[in-house]
Design a binder for this molecule. Structure first.
Ligand SMILES: NC(=O)c1ccc[n+]([C@@H]2O[C@H](COP(=O)([O-])OP(=O)(O)OC[C@H]3O[C@@H](n4cnc5c(N)ncnc54)[C@H](O)[C@@H]3O)[C@@H](O)[C@H]2O)c1
Ligand SMILES: O=P(O)(O)OC[C@H](O)CO
Length: 368
């Protein structure tokens, strides 16, 4: 069942005497981070359980104008670099000081590119409130000696706090324009906590469903980025819709198979939620991973993903190429490469070991 915030009244309900309000900080301010802030800020204003102010940690940058990004956000109420043209909400405060941004929060929303999370968590050890709850909107994982480590687990292990996840068919620019979308909150124990997260982010155009399967939800969001690279390669090779649909189907099979091998608790039904097949479809049709992979194939693999990412995304970050490498490390370590030809081939193409055309030749060996 979708959970929708009651934000029908423009005025905040009366605050119950003695009840303390949840203070929210969003750690991250990229394209999705800024849209998440907009959703949250529209809800904290109207719901008495939340403090009005939403603090947003900004990785400080100096803009071409010479001004700091944080100052510009606070002056214009817009993230002019990562989400231009969209007002975030007057109750949003951008803060370049990470420790200061989190110190009073008891609801922490993590939404940075995954490769920065370990460093961010290190800086936050001992700096957050002991009763804080977290949610990760980050699609990606780390690979440790012991094996893969999902970002929600990294947060829990390093900061000692519970962490839900929110994933879904959520191209940020479309949600910024208030076009209808769905998302899935994955939770481990407490449905009540998951419902509070849903209440924080849901709007009339953004419907959120809680599912008790953190690993399944997070692995869907993480692994679909590798399939999106494959779909972009197919587009760049002008192979047409049937081939792309086949690659998406094979990719979905590999997503499900790897998720269940890594965590036997992962539920089949999770793949039918927004975080599963719906996110796979939207990413393979309109995402950044798809777009950069298309350019990579059109250039015959002669320009690197890093170079194309910098040119096409202007500071936004791809997750699919590094996730393909991380998945490859897991497969190689466990001797599972032969069972995951699409994941393996995406990595080998991205490092120049195979040409872009290998995406079809090699991936279809699992198409049974
Ligand atoms: N953009 C989307 O449509 C979308 C939708 C759903 C989920 N996501 C996921 O959300 C996560 C965040 O993506 P995004 O779109 O908000 O970011 P983004 O790719 O738009 O922006 C990159 C961000 O990284 C920051 N950054 C750069 N160097 C840094 C450093 N050294 N340390 C910390 N931060 C640094 C930049 O300031 C910027 O805020 C990713 O896991 C992504 O897969 C994105
Ligand atoms: O633009 P991408 O490829 O990073 O994908 C964005 C979102 O994950 C889609 O849900």
């Amino acid at each position: 069942m979708a959970t929708q915030a009651d934000n029908s009244s423009p005025k905040k309900e009366a605050h119950k005497e003695g009840a303390s309000r949840f203070r929210v900080t969003v750690v991250g301010s990229g394209n999705w981070g800024s849209v998440a802030v907009k959703l949250i800020a529209s809800n904290t204003l109207h719901q008495s359980i939340f403090h009005d102010e939403v603090r947003m940690w900004v990785f400080e940058e100096v803009l071409p104008s010479g001004q700091k990004l944080t100052d510009t956000i606070n002056r214009t109420n817009e993230n002019v670099k990562y989400l231009p043209g969209i007002k975030l909400g007057k109750n949003v405060v951008a803060d370049p000081d990470l420790e200061n941004a989190v110190k009073e929060a008891n609801m922490l929303v993590f939404v940075t590119p995954h490769q920065f999370m370990e460093g961010i968590c290190k800086r936050l050890i001992g700096k957050i409130k002991p009763d804080a709850e977290a949610i990760s909107l980050i699609k990606g994982m780390e690979v440790k000696k012991e094996g893969p480590c999902l970002i929600s687990k990294l947060i829990t292990d390093m900061l000692g706090i519970n962490c839900c996840v929110l994933m879904g068919a959520n191209i940020a620019n479309e949600i910024a324009l208030e076009k209808f979308s769905e998302a899935t909150v994955g939770y481990r124990h407490s449905k009540e906590v998951a419902q509070r997260w849903a209440r924080l982010v849901s709007t009339s155009y953004f419907l959120v469903s809680p599912v008790q399967d953190v690993e399944g939800v997070e692995l869907c969001g993480t692994l679909k980025n590798v399939v999106a690279i494959a779909a972009g390669l197919v587009d760049g090779l002008d192979m047409g819709n049937n081939t792309k649909a086949a690659i998406m189907r094979i990719g979905l099979r590999e997503m499900r198979a790897l998720s269940k091998l890594l965590f036997s608790s992962v539920k089949d039904t999770t793949f039918f939620e927004s975080c599963g097949v719906a996110d796979l479809i939207t990413t393979c049709l309109g995402g950044r991973n798809r777009r950069v992979a298309e350019a990579f194939a059109r250039n015959g693999g002669k320009r690197s993903f890093d170079e194309l990412e910098a040119e096409l995304l202007q500071g936004q970050k791809l997750q699919g190429v590094s996730t393909a490498r991380e998945v490859y490390e897991v497969l190689r370590h466990r001797g599972w490469q032969a069972s995951f030809p699409l994941f393996t081939t995406v990595h080998e193409i991205s490092i120049g070991k195979l040409p872009p055309s290998a995406i079809v030749e090699y991936s279809n060996s699992s198409a049974q």
